[in-house]
Structures are given as C-alpha cells and as structure tokens.
Design a protein around this ligand. Structure first.
Ligand code: 16G
Length: 260
C-alpha cells in the first residue's frame, strides 16, 4: 500500500463520523490530502482497487469520487498510466492600474510567451463591434483571436476587434498586437476593463486545457487613444485558477465620493 493511500485513508477515517454519503467522504478526504500537501502535484493516486479494498468501499463509489475530482481539476487522468494529482498552477498576479500588453506582462515575469492563432481576418462588423468601435455597416472590422500561452501553459483566449482602417492586415501583426499598434501610432493610452465570472464552455475549456465548466474570468477591455477614440474592443476568457487581478484602492478625497 502506498504512502498516498495511507494519507487518504487517514483523512477518510477522520471524516467517517460526518454521516455524509461515502463517495462525498472519500472525495473530501482526497481533496483534503491534496490541499494539506500530503499528496503533491504529479503524485499518482493509488489504484481504484487499492483505495476500495483499504477503505472497504465499493469500486463504483471510488470511481464516482475520483471522477468528480477530475471534473473539478484536482486530479488528472492519463490514459493508460493512471490518475494523478493535477499540476499546481503558478498564479499570475496582474495589476489593474497599468495598461500593459500580455507580451509585456509575461516578459516582466520572465515567462516565455507565445500565441496560437484562432482567427485573424477582416469581417463585416457585429452590432456590438459597430457600437463600441463606432463603425458603420459598410466598414470592416479586423478580428484577431488568439490563445495566449506562457511557459507552455495556455492562460487566456483573447478575441480583439479593431477598425480595419487601423489594422488593414490582421495577418501582418507579429507576436504582439500592442507592439504592432505602436508602430502605426495607435497604441492605446487608456482602457476600461470589465471582469465577470464565467463557467468555461466545452470549447474554451479544451483550448485552455482545463475541465469543462470550471470557473473562469470573462474580461472585456475597451481601449482608447489619447484623442478619446476607441481603438480596441477585446473580449477574453482567462483561466480562473491562474489569475489574480489586483487593484489598489485609495480613500477618495473631499468631493470625490461616487466619482467613477
Ligand atoms: C492584454 C489585454 C488585451 C490586449 C493584449 C495585447 C487584458 C485582459 N487584455 O492581454 O486587451 O489586446 O494585452 O497583448 O489585459 P499583445 O500586445 O501581447 O498582443
């Protein structure tokens, strides 16, 4: 019997008094063992048969608990080699007071950045894009959709829309949209960002390599040039297990209450 099985079994004995269904007790025991570091990222979980015989519960019960934890991203199953504690995600702490690009943010942390293209091209604008970017129906919108990857971990899906007059050839941008905008004098100087909670759908979860339905952050950024003109309308999905957005708050001065 492995050390991991002993740890899980010890936790299970502690929760045996709770009267909760067995599979929930087992799920919690495994989760507690992971959270307390008793079994660490990359450690193999004992086999279904080992857990079932040691804890004297059915394999169906063990399977149900394990499947729940796989869905929740606590465990990962590798075909043919078993079930493991999921690798721990290094969380990225991102300030909400600086207008920086993904490339700059990751480079500052010494992380290797790359993107996988999901889409880039010129399209007829959607009603949202027309409204935000101030386009008329006979103008075109440039769409740039990318999976943003740092140190080989996919962190976000970003779908940017800009007026085609600013970005006539979306295929020509290199690795950084902001660097490309900078060269034509269109780098934004101000942005308004709206962050809301979102459960990841199947497609987004697959791209971000996380279980479907897991918590994510939906972020909408509208960026402006110094002239006040909107330059960028980007809708993104960030991994909830990878990002902390941090804002500094100050006591407002006299007469500033309620000002945005
Ligand atoms: C950031 C911005 C995104 C912008 C991108 C440019 C958020 C939520 N989003 O990721 O709006 O388009 O940077 O990055 O912060 P790039 O210059 O590396 O392409």
């Amino acid at each position: 019997m492995s050390e991991a099985a002993d740890q899980i079994f010890a936790m299970l004995k502690q929760s045996a008094q709770s009267g909760a269904p067995l599979y929930l007790q087992l799920r919690k025991s495994i989760e507690d063992a992971v959270n307390r570091g008793l079994i660490g990222p990359g450690d193999a979980l004992p086999s279904e048969r080992d857990i079932a015989s040691k804890a004297d519960i059915s394999r169906v019960t063990v399977r149900k608990a394990v499947q729940d934890l796989v869905k929740g991203g606590i465990l990962v199953q590798r075909h043919g080699s078993g079930t493991f504690v999921a690798p721990r995600m290094e969380r990225v702490e991102q300030s909400l007071s600086r207008l920086t690009s993904f490339t700059e943010d990751m480079a500052r942390r010494g992380m290797a950045v790359r993107s996988a293209w999901l889409d880039r091209g010129l399209y007829a604008p959607s009603p949202d894009e027309m409204m935000v970017l101030g386009l008329s129906s006979n103008e075109l919108v440039a769409r740039v959709a990318r999976l943003r990857i740092a140190n080989d971990t996919p962190l976000a899906i970003e779908r940017a829309a800009l007026s085609a007059s600013v970005l006539p050839d979306p295929a020509a941008i290199g690795s950084s949209l902001y660097a490309a905008l900078e060269t034509t004098g269109h780098r934004p100087v101000r942005a308004v960002q709206r962050i809301s909670a979102a459960n990841l759908g199947d497609d987004d979860a697959r791209l971000l390599e996380v279980p479907s339905g897991i918590a994510g952050l939906h972020i909408e950024r509208i960026s402006y040039l110094a002239s006040g003109k909107v330059i960028e309308f980007t809708r993104s999905i960030y991994r909830g297990d990878a990002y902390d957005f941090v804002a500094e708050l100050r006591l407002s001065g006299p007469g500033e209450e309620g000002r945005p």
